[in-house]
Write a protein that binds this ligand. Structure first.
Ligand code: DHB
Ligand code: MG
Length: 238
């Protein structure tokens, strides 16, 4: 056996262990119930892209929403309704999730999935371009948590809106902020427009004295993940 083959075997073993750990954490801490599973099945059958967050990410969203005692949550980009279900389940009675979805067909599927998952009373889907819907949503804020998971080139604009629509103590989370490390580079060094916007998003979050933030690689193969930020009270601005 050459040194190379030993290294490969070790790497393969590590990747396997990593997968087993992820599966065990999911099984123990973030098992899906019928509502979540059915949302994914319905979305798949309808031909929606299967790019939803992982169960661990869903549970993290729920944990963050609970930690900031969220009563009103804004989601930009509904996709399958999967993240919306995790988030809405963190809401107390009378709480409200507004999720923005550009595709009317997808929005209808998400509505059905919300009802099936038992959050139809708390979770509302609005159809349209998020940048056009956000000015109307402003009157309904401020929001305790904002989750961004939509078209990537508009992430910096979504951050501007998230900052307008939140208050000290609110949490702003965005998906896909690692992108195999590309989104952690200087934006000018990134060729792809969407990924450059994600890099710009991270840069703005890090440099904003109103925010305390962290990016965490956490999806299936640790190649992507959330950037999370807490809006600081004025006295604690950095
Ligand atoms: C893509 C978008 C996402 O929100 C995601 O989580 C993964 C992939 C995409 O557009 O490719
Ligand atoms: Mg995403």
């Amino acid at each position: 056996m050459t040194d190379d083959s030993i290294d490969n075997a070790t790497l393969q073993q590590k990747a396997k262990t990593q997968q087993e750990i992820e599966a065990a954490i999911t099984h123990l801490f973030a098992p899906e119930d019928d509502g979540l599973r059915q949302a994914l099945i319905t979305a798949k059958e309808a031909g929606l892209p299967q790019i939803q967050i992982s169960p661990i990410q869903g549970k993290l969203l729920q944990l963050l929403a609970t930690a900031c005692q969220a009563r009103i949550i804004l989601e930009i980009g509904s996709l399958a309704g999967y993240s919306g279900i995790w988030l809405a389940r963190a809401l107390p009675a009378g709480g409200h999730l507004i999720t923005l979805e550009i595709n009317p067909h997808h929005a209808e599927i998400v509505r059905q999935s919300f009802v099936r998952a038992g959050v139809g009373d708390r979770a509302e889907v609005r159809v349209g371009n998020a940048l056009e819907l956000l000015p109307q949503v402003e009157q309904e804020g401020p929001f305790d948590l904002v989750f961004i998971d939509a078209d990537k080139p508009a992430y910096p604009q979504y951050l501007d809106w998230a900052l307008r629509l939140t208050h000290p103590g609110s949490i702003i989370v965005a998906d896909n902020c690692i992108r195999s490390g590309e989104a952690l580079r200087e934006p000018e060094q990134v060729r792809d427009e969407g990924t450059a916007a994600l890099a710009e998003y991270n840069k703005r979050i890090v440099n904003n004295p109103r925010l305390l933030s962290l990016a965490l690689a956490m999806d299936d193969d640790y190649m992507d993940g959330f950037t999370m930020a807490v809006v600081l009270p004025e006295s604690k601005e950095r």
